[in-house]
Ligand binder design. Structure first.
Ligand code: NFS
Length: 686
């Protein structure tokens, strides 16, 4: 009898374990709206390989950390100050051991996220600036200055002359390498110059620059602002949330109008300014009979060379010797966006699909550099033949199966060929059954400040006149910048797509970057044909007339600087106020997860954008500080934060802000007339 009971208990326990295990596996359909992703999650589960989607089921986030009110900045803590019901009543008496209030703790944590994000973007920019210098000095022969016009366009912002006056009064063009050398040096100085302020701040509309000056947030140099955050948030330093966020703003501006903008500009000069091109997106771009090489990370320095190496006849011929029909490159995350916008290399997926690319069994090599690279890639790669190659000195992995090939711009092509060859040599080692989802979509990407001017600008005036005109007459209701990551705490791509579709349905043109760009591409929203299907009549008409998609992919996350400059161009073109905060425009990161997103959000807000985040917000445990971010910042910069999980409400908050700005500009009536046009059009087509 006793034995029987024991056995029963074991069986029950076993069932419980099994039930628990079963519960800890993601439901593929609940985890993603994308069919390819669902298929590959299922495939991973069949093979017994866990992915981020399963881990998100197995481990829930810390309830206090998620509110932003856990302080671990000294070893007396962590001090945990959750916002409980009673804490919400009466005066907030929550405090850490040192007495730090919930506001202080949340503000410190928030600006440390800004520091992390600004450091990541800006260090990327520094890396590009160093390669740029090596090229200008003639030390790196594999790269060259591709876009001289862009170099000449940015030089004046650094105070670099592009012409010289001879003694007899003649004006001559300066030598390009000489200009490049001076621009490179001035750019590198932005990280550590002893005096002054960042050169690019004056590219902003004058009233915005004046706001920053008045608020005392003009960044001095990039590194200093990031270091100062670490100092101020050290135990016992800055204990005023308003003063803390002021420093957060300085560092964020040093990212958006500094490190990121420098990265974008110098990359354009070195690798070419993107112009619209056609490509595809999603895991279905991988080909069973090709060598599949996936490039993942953020810096285009290495990936540019890999694209060149993979396209060389030598490597294509070599791939044929191992029985492959060719070499298929694919991107993940923002390196993917970089090589997409300049070469049309298709992205294989967003941040959350990185493990899935290996689970296809057809990924012969994945090469990674910096940022957004999951350590679990190494564990997944171990189950397949995939070579996982790290390439950056600051980003290595502890697992033994990871190969490290440290990339050096001085022998860039040699390194790139070694990596491509490694992928080719691995083609015949595929062991698991290959399963590549078929889903992929066509996309047009590669938009930028310059190409928007070309497509939407006036024929004669050559500026943003036509775009402004269409905003003023109400065909385009407003502009939205929808950007940012995926987050395994919410259904993959659902918020991205729902928000973007709701915006374009309401005639709001969308500028996208980062993983939102990839998500939109996967959904087929980046084609001109989309306009007729998903857009309101006004936006559809504009898109059809000029032949552009209603969602313009502007590149990687450092390329959010393109959105800042596009907004500045709109201000300059006239008729829509004097500052970015006057524009009928709003920003959004529907599925953000990275610290970089917080830095971007803060510089969007400080540049005058109403900016809404989804999924979670890291200050919910400190309502006073959160209220400062959501309402008080508007009085200083014209922009403010908001948080909305529901995607439809999220989009409508943005639209309401756009309408508020239209009303302030006195152009709300024009929109009403267009609404009547819509009814007329519907009657006509009925
Ligand atoms: Ni941006 Fe680009 Fe994607 Fe998020 Fe990561 S890849 S830099 S951080 S996850 S959008």
């Amino acid at each position: 009898m006793a034995e029987e009971t024991k056995l029963k208990k074991v069986v029950v326990a076993d069932k419980e374990v099994k039930a628990e295990k079963a519960a800890k596996v993601a439901d593929p359909v609940g985890a993603s709206i994308d069919i390819a992703t669902q298929q590959m999650i299922r495939r991973a589960q069949e093979l017994g390989i866990d992915t981020v989607f399963d881990r998100a089921e197995a481990m829930k986030p810390c309830n206090i950390g998620i509110q932003g009110t856990c302080c671990k900045n000294c070893s007396m803590g962590p001090c945990r100050l959750p916002l409980t019901k009673s804490a919400g009543d009466g005066p907030d008496e929550r405090k850490g051991l040192c007495g730090a209030s919930a506001n202080t703790i949340a503000a410190r944590n928030f600006i440390r996220m800004v520091a992390g994000g600004a450091a990541a973007h800006s260090d990327h920019g520094r890396g590009v600036a160093e390669v740029f210098m090596a090229v200008a000095r003639g030390e790196s022969h594999d790269y060259k200055i591709k876009d001289v016009n862009k170099l000449l366009a940015i030089a004046p912002h650094y105070g670099v002359e592009t012409t010289v006056k001879t003694d007899d009064g003649q004006v001559l063009d300066r030598d390009v390498n000489e200009i490049a050398l001076e621009v490179g040096q001035k750019a590198l100085d932005e990280w550590g110059k002893a005096e002054g302020e960042l050169c690019y701040l004056k590219r902003a509309p004058q009233p915005l620059y004046e706001k920053w000056k008045k608020a005392g947030v003009l960044p001095r140099n990039i590194d200093r602002e990031i270091v100062e955050i670490m100092h101020r948030t050290h135990m016992g330093v800055d204990q005023d949330y308003k003063n803390l966020i002021k420093q957060g703003t300085r560092a964020a501006l040093a990212d958006g109008w500094g490190g990121s903008m420098i990265a974008t500009d110098l990359q354009d000069v070195l690798f070419g300014t993107p112009y619209p091109l056609q490509s595809e997106a999603n895991l279905g771009i991988m080909k069973e009979d090709h060598v599949n090489l996936i490039i993942h990370g953020h810096e285009p320095i290495l990936s540019e060379m890999i694209v060149a190496a993979a396209q060389s006849q030598e490597m294509i011929d070599y791939a044929k010797t191992v029985g492959a029909k060719g070499i298929q490159l694919g991107g993940i995350c923002c390196t993917g966006n970089e090589i997409l916008q300049r070469h049309g290399v298709p992205p294989a997926g967003t941040f959350l699909q990185q493990e899935l690319a290996i689970i296809t069994g057809a990924c012969d090599a994945m090469v990674v550099d910096i940022q957004c690279v999951m350590q679990n890639l190494a564990n997944v790669a171990k189950c397949f033949h995939t070579k996982l190659i790290t390439t950056h000195r600051i980003a290595r992995m502890e697992q033994e199966n990871v190969i490290h090939i440290e990339f050096d711009e001085h022998h860039a092509m040699e390194d790139a060929k070694r990596i491509v060859k490694m992928a080719i040599d691995n083609f015949q080692n595929r062991k698991a059954e290959v399963m590549i989802p078929r889903a992929k979509a066509t996309q047009i990407a590669g938009f930028g400040v310059e190409s928007i001017r070309y497509h939407l600008g006036g024929t004669f005036r050559g500026d943003y006149y036509t775009l402004n005109d269409n905003i003023i007459n109400g065909r385009i209701r407003g502009i939205a910048g929808v950007v940012g990551c995926n987050n395994a705490r919410t259904r993959h791509n659902e918020n991205h797509i729902t928000i973007v579709k709701e915006l374009i349905k309401n005639d709001v043109i969308v500028l996208t970057t980062g993983c939102n760009g990839i998500a939109c591409a996967m959904e087929g929203l980046l084609t001109p044909e989309t306009a007729a299907v998903f857009c309101g009549p006004g936006l559809a008409e504009v898109c059809e007339t000029v032949g552009i998609p209603p969602v313009l992919h502007m590149g990687s996350c450092v390329d959010n600087s393109r959105i800042l400059l596009a907004a500045t161009e709109v201000v300059k073109a006239g008729g829509l106020g004097n500052d970015i905060s006057d524009l009928p425009a709003a920003g959004s990161a529907p599925e953000w997860m990275s610290e970089k997103a917080i830095s971007i959000g803060q510089y969007f807000v400080a540049s005058g954008f109403y900016t809404v985040f989804g999924v979670t917000f890291p200050t919910t445990g400190a309502p006073v500080f959160q209220d400062y971010l959501f309402h008080e910042l508007e009085k200083i910069y014209g922009g403010m934060w908001d948080f909305e999980i529901d995607p439809i409400k999220h989009a409508h908050k943005m639209i309401a802000h756009i309408d508020k700005k239209r009303k302030a500009l006195g152009i709300d009536k024009a929109r009403e007339r267009v609404l009547m046009d819509m009814a007329d059009r519907m009657k006509l087509s009925a």
